[in-house]
Design a binder for this molecule. Structure first.
Ligand code: SAH
Ligand code: SF4
Ligand code: F3S
Length: 441
């Protein structure tokens, strides 16, 4: 029997996609996937360090694998992703988790088979971490989680250095792929049955084809011509860089979904400046107005941080008022978490935990109320839904997403079976805060 592997993935879609590549590399080496980490011979932990709780959870889970080392002498534990890009984490692993076998960075994924092989041959710990790989690691064969949708990187790294954020330190400087390479990849995916692509970059709007100077809008227009592709999504857009040309794509590119994730982080200009976001509230609201002018049915989601150092009560209320003004379809809300090595962690006016939590609760209430009101507007309407799966408990309930990324759980008559990736018409019968309910037409 082949040896078994398991991958534990934390963090964002960049990590999810990296894990697909790591799985592809392991399967090319002859390993087979195990559902249960405790049955695997190799476990890879693909880590995230965006907030402190991600950090804590990682060390907690890591500790549990020590037992496996005792019961299975051949067990190999690998750690990759954003955590080991930080020197303090490497020190901690060396000090308290010296039994970890292979450590590799976010820009050393292609080297993983070599490292694993060396570990197995020599029995010695292997490590490869580079801060800024000038070469874009391409041409891996990912093992995709879904048949009908795929994650596609368009840029790697980030140059923005928002003062709270660890990502520029863990993913290196921003590098764009070429439009030609991205299009080739999307064409191959569509030939293999993919209907929807999610283009990934920390700031997709700063995409710049190094060969042709082509912009993100140029890339969207190219991808819109790919045969078999039904839906194009992307994340994340940056309010400082999103251009009128990009926004015009909502009119000209028929495959571009009417949805955008446009993180605002905060509604107050002084805080935005201290966050180093390079836009103000007026610019943000102008971008939202432009998006809605070009694409009236666009759904908008966002990311918000509460309790950034120095945020006053009035400044926090500016965030609430902005949410009421924009009326987001949904929002990811975060309590500010100081990350060692980032400028904001050194700001002196850190906000006490209880104030941060109280603001967080108020924000969540405000967001949820708006989400529910917005979802209620869908009731009675009929929408195209791309089927994503069937309920575990009931063969007559499927789930899928509208073009605007609304999650829909819908019933189908007995005896009808739907395939993932097909687009069906669903009438919406009820609305909840985070999803819609409906029935197949
Ligand atoms: N590149 C994307 C976001 C990547 S991180 C962008 O610029 O929008 C995802 C989200 O995590 C961020 O938008 C931010 O809201 C949140 N986040 C990042 N660092 C954080 C920190 N130190 N504390 C709390 N939330 C943070
Ligand atoms: Fe972090 Fe800002 Fe870069 Fe987003 S744009 S990854 S928040 S530094
Ligand atoms: Fe986490 Fe790294 Fe993504 S810190 S959010 S896995 S870029």
């Amino acid at each position: 029997m082949a040896n078994l592997y398991h991958i534990i993935t934390y963090g964002c879609q960049m990590n999810e996609h990296d894990s697909e590549n790591i799985a592809g590399l392991l399967e090319a080496m002859g390993y087979e996937y195990a559902d249960d980490a405790y049955e695997a011979d190799i476990v890879v932990m693909n880590t995230c360090s965006i907030r402190e709780n991600a950090d804590k959870r990682f060390f907690g889970v890591l500790g549990q694998f020590k037992k496996l080392k005792k019961t299975n002498p051949d067990f190999i534990l690998c750690v990759c992703g954003c955590m080991p890009q930080q020197p303090r984490v490497i020190e901690e692993i060396k000090k308290s988790f010296a039994w970890v076998d292979v450590i590799f960075g976010t820009q050393n994924i292609k080297q993983f088979p070599e490292l694993l092989d060396a570990r197995i041959r020599t029995g010695r710990k292997q490590m490869a971490i580079i801060d800024n790989n000038p070469v874009v690691e391409e041409d891996m064969e990912p093992k995709r989680v879904f048949r009908h949708k795929a994650l596609v990187n368009i840029t790697y790294g980030c140059n923005n250095f928002c003062t709270y954020c660890i990502v520029p330190y863990t993913r290196g400087r921003e590098k764009s792929r070429t439009i030609k390479d991205v299009k080739c990849e999307v064409e191959r995916l569509c030939a293999d049955g993919v209907k929807e692509v999610m283009l990934l970059g920390q700031n997709v709007d700063s995409f710049k084809d190094a060969a042709t100077g082509g912009t993100f809008a140029d890339l969207l227009r190219e991808l819109d011509t790919v045969d078999g592709l039904e839906r194009i999504r992307f994340m994340t857009s940056h309010p400082k860089d999103i251009s009128d040309d990009m926004i015009s794509c909502y009119q000209t590119c028929s495959k571009l979904c009417h949805n955008i994730h446009l993180p605002v982080q905060c509604g107050n200009d002084r805080v935005l400046k201290r966050m180093n976001r390079h836009y103000d509230r007026a610019r943000y609201l102008d971008r939202v107005a432009k998006l809605r002018e070009v694409c009236p049915d666009i759904t908008i989601s966002t990311d918000i941080i509460v309790g950034f150092p120095g945020e006053t009560e009035e400044e926090f209320e500016d965030t609430l008022s902005l949410c009421k003004e924009v009326r987001y379809d949904s929002a990811f809300t975060f309590i500010y978490s100081p990350r060692e090595g980032t400028p904001a962690a050194r700001f002196e006016d850190q906000i006490p935990e209880e104030i941060k939590h109280a603001r967080f609760d108020r924000l969540v209430d405000c967001i949820n109320e708006i989400s529910l009101e917005k979802n209620k507007c869908y009731v009675g309407g009929t929408y195209d839904v791309l089927v994503e799966g069937i309920s575990k408990n009931d063969d007559c309930i499927y789930s899928g997403r509208t073009d605007g990324f609304k999650l829909v759980n819908f019933t189908v008559p007995e005896g009808i079976a739907l395939t993932d990736g097909t687009i069906v018409k669903v009438q919406i019968t009820d609305a909840k805060t985070f999803s819609l309910e409906g029935r197949l037409i």
